[in-house]
Each structure stands twice: as structure tokens, then as C-alpha cells.
Design a protein around this ligand. Structure first.
Ligand SMILES: Nc1nc2c(ncn2[C@@H]2O[C@H](COP(=O)(O)OP(=O)(O)OP(=O)(O)O)[C@@H](O)[C@H]2O)c(=O)[nH]1
Ligand SMILES: [Mg+2]
Length: 377
């Protein structure tokens, strides 16, 4: 049995970023609670005080150094070596890459400076001639370090807010075949995704009910579909792409363009839905045909299938075949009809898509190879 374990969101393990104020409180507590061990009773009082002050400064500073280091290290490398293009694009929807690098860079910068301050003041404490002087140096170092940490306050807060958003990104696996839905608002995209996967997706009466990219998973027995002698359940990702593939390029904002790039890096095949409730209206139909052609043009390497959604409504009016004909002539390809609010109809449509020669070629050339190599490891 071949088993593929999907990869996950690379940001999901990020721990909460502690605010600057709390970091300082913790560092001070640690410094106060701990004292150096192994100082003999016979050492000179000045030497004793100097050892205590040095120890407290070290405790204070190394705690902060460790925490800042942990924050920076917990993020993956922010380029296409460290992140799949899908996550790199999604990250940039949340925060510009430059800004993110600046934030992490400033944390690293602070880390280096506080380390220098600690070295400088440890030396000063060691050379102090009086007890008060040793104490004074420690206070001075703690003051300088605290002020640098306080300067990071806003950046740490921003990072925490970014982390929360990153954590909510869906789990995608670039090694799995992925079907992305496209079409004007209200065409039945979310209904389709919900019906073929285990994802709970918002279905609405109004357009634009889906605000985020949703990914659902389902298994399709391609062994049976492709006529293999054994059954082989291949996991598929089904992606709802709200507000991304639902309007022409000119109308898109920068954020949507990024989201589009994310989809481009992910989609193996696109299913474009024509709204069965409105498709008879010539102007609506033309608009939807134009968007279809437009998506085909901007994503030339991805096979695009199409279907008329809400089949029940079209059937009721008795002109399904005629409308299908009009679309087939316009688009020079054949399409499906789906009752998008009916799970059996959606599953049947999904199987037809997976069985389509273009998709089969892609699955066999790309994904089955990945499955074979991962099962032989
Ligand atoms: N009669 C009928 N209604 C349907 C069918 N499929 C979906 N609907 C209804 O159409 C409306 C829109 O469906 P959604 O699945 O939310 O459409 P969407 O494309 O995801 O919409 P946005 O997320 O806003 O872009 C909802 O009220 C659904 O209940 C269908 O096959 N038949
Ligand atoms: Mg939706």
C-alpha cells in the first residue's frame, strides 16, 4: 500500500513571540534569583561583589540573547530555498518580504549589540576598584540593554501578529495533485469543495463569502479510474480560491495578484464554474466566458476544465443541452454540468476531471513518480 503523508504549513510550529516588556521582566527575575556558586568564604569582599555583579549581568543578558536568537531561528529561510513558492507568496500577502527581513534583521542586530555591551561591562566590572563601582556598571549595562530591548517592542508585536496569520495558512503539499476552483462569485465553488472534501467551507447567499484560501482533501482511487490491476487511493487537494480567480486582471489589487501567483504555484488543474442560475443571460454569459479565456491566458501551463454549476436550475428550465452547446462552441472544448449542491454529482464530476486525458498524463508523469520514490525510501 502506497501511503503519502502530506507536508504541512511550515509556520505552524512557530511559538508565540513574547512582548519586550515580558522578556525584560523574565530576564531581571532570572538575574536576581541566581547567585554564583563556589565562591570561597576567604575571598576578598570586593572580589565577591564583582563576581556576583558579573554573574547577574551574564544571567540577564544571556536570557535575552537566547530568546532573541530563538525567535529569529524559528522562522524558515525566507526565500525559495527555504519555502515553497505557495508559502512565499502567501507570506507576502501578509507582510512584504523586505519588511519581514527588516524585522528579523533588527532583532539579530539588537542581539549582537547586547552581546557587545555584556562583554564591555563584564570587563569593566572585573576592573572595578570599589564595590559601588561594580554595582554601578551592572546597572548601567542593564539599563542600556533594557532600552535596546524596549526599542524592539513594536517590531516584536508586529512579528507576533504576523505569526498568528501565518499559523492560519492552510497545509498544502506541493507533491500532491491539486484542483483549484475558479469562477465568478456565487457560482458554487465553495459548495463543490465542501461536497468533495472534508473541508468545512462557508457557503453563502451572497457573493464574496469566502475570504481565505481553503484547502480540502479527498482520496481518489486512480487504480480503478485508470484501469490498473490494483486500487490506489491518491490524495488530492481541492482549493477554493475566493476573490482570486473571479475577476479580470485589470480589476485586481496587488494582494490578489500575489494570491494568484500562489495558486499558480500550486494548481495542477483548474475547474472553472459557469453560474447555472444566470448562464442564459447573454451579458452574464459573455462576462463569464471572458474571465474563462482570461484565466486560460494568464495561466497557460495549467489545464482548465469547465462546468455549468447548479445543474438542477438549468434542467428545470429545460435548456441545458443548448447552453452547453453554446459554451462548447465558444470555448472550443467540452465541459461538464454539475449540481454543485449535491455530493454525488460533485464526486462524479471530480472523477471525470481526474480521468480526463490531460489530467491523467499529469498525474502519471508527476505525482505517481513522487509516490513511487517516497514509498521506496
Ligand atoms: N439550486 C442550487 N443552488 C446552488 C447549487 N450550488 C450552490 N448553490 C447555491 O448558490 C449559492 C452560492 O454558492 P457558493 O458555493 O457559496 O458559491 P461560491 O462560488 O463559493 O461563492 P463566493 O465564495 O461568494 O465566490 C449558495 O446559496 C448555494 O446554496 C446548486 O447546484 N443548485
Ligand atoms: Mg465561496
Amino acid at each position: 500500500m502506497v501511503e503519502i503523508k502530506p507536508l504541512a504549513n511550515p509556520f505552524r510550529e512557530l511559538k508565540p513571540i513574547v512582548p519586550a516588556r515580558k522578556l525584560l521582566e523574565q530576564a531581571k527575575l532570572r538575574a536576581i534569583r541566581s547567585s554564583p556558586v563556589g565562591i570561597s568564604d576567604r575571598v576578598h569582599p570586593l572580589v565577591r561583589v564583582k563576581r556576583v555583579e558579573e554573574h547577574r549581568l551574564l544571567k540577564f543578558e544571556t536570557y535575552l540573547e537566547d530568546k532573541l536568537d530563538e525567535i529569529v531561528r524559528s522562522f524558515p529561510q525566507l526565500d525559495d530555498e527555504g519555502l515553497h513558492p505557495f508559502y512565499l507568496e502567501m507570506l507576502q500577502i501578509i507582510v512584504p518580504l523586505d519588511e519581514m527581513k527588516k524585522i528579523l534583521g533588527s532583532i539579530l542586530g539588537t542581539l549582537r549589540v547586547i552581546r557587545q555591551i555584556r562583554r564591555e561591562y563584564v570587563r569593566k566590572i572585573r576592573y572595578a576598584n570599589r564595590r559601588s563601582e561594580a554595582k554601578h556598571y551592572r546597572f548601567q549595562a542593564v539599563g542600556r540593554i533594557s532600552s535596546l530591548i524596549r526599542q524592539l517592542s513594536t517590531r516584536l508585536e508586529m512579528l507576533e501578529s504576523i505569526r498568528r496569520q501565518l499559523k492560519r495558512l492552510p497545509n498544502i503539499d506541493p507533491n500532491l495533485p491539486t484542483l483549484c476552483l475558479a469562477g465568478y462569485p456565487n457560482t458554487g465553488k465553495s459548495s463543490f469543495v465542501r461536497n468533495v472534501t472534508r473541508a468545512r467551507v462557508k457557503i453563502g447567499e451572497y457573493p464574496f463569502t469566502t475570504e481565505e484560501v481553503h484547502i480540502g482533501h479527498c482520496e481518489i482511487d486512480i487504480g480503478q479510474l485508470y484501469g490498473y490491476p490494483i486500487s490506489f487511493e491518491l490524495p488530492w487537494q481541492i482549493v477554493d480560491t475566493p476573490g482570486i480567480l473571479d475577476r479580470p486582471l485589470e480589476a485586481r489589487k496587488a494582494i490578489e495578484l500575489r494570491a494568484l501567483a500562489a495558486i499558480e504555484s500550486l494548481a495542477s488543474v483548474i475547474l472553472y464554474l459557469f453560474d447555472g442560475a444566470l448562464i442564459e443571460i447573454k451579458s452574464v454569459r459573455e462576462e463569464q466566458i471572458n474571465l474563462f479565456k482570461h484565466i486560460k491566458k494568464i495561466l497557460p501551463d495549467i489545464p482548465i476544465m469547465w462546468a455549468i454549476s447548479k445543474e438542477d436550475l438549468v434542467k428545470e428550465r429545460g435548456n441545458l443541452a443548448e447552453l452547453q452547446n453554446i459554451l462548447e462552441n465558444e470555448l472550443s472544448s467540452s465541459g461538464l454540468t454539475i449540481q454543485t449542491n449535491n455530493p454525488i454529482s460533485c464526486e462524479t464530476a471530480l472523477k471525470k476531471i481526474v480521468k480526463h486525458s490531460k489530467v491523467r498524463r499529469l498525474v502519471e508523469n508527476r505525482f505517481l513518480k513522487i509516490a513511487e520514490s517516497s514509498s521506496s525510501m
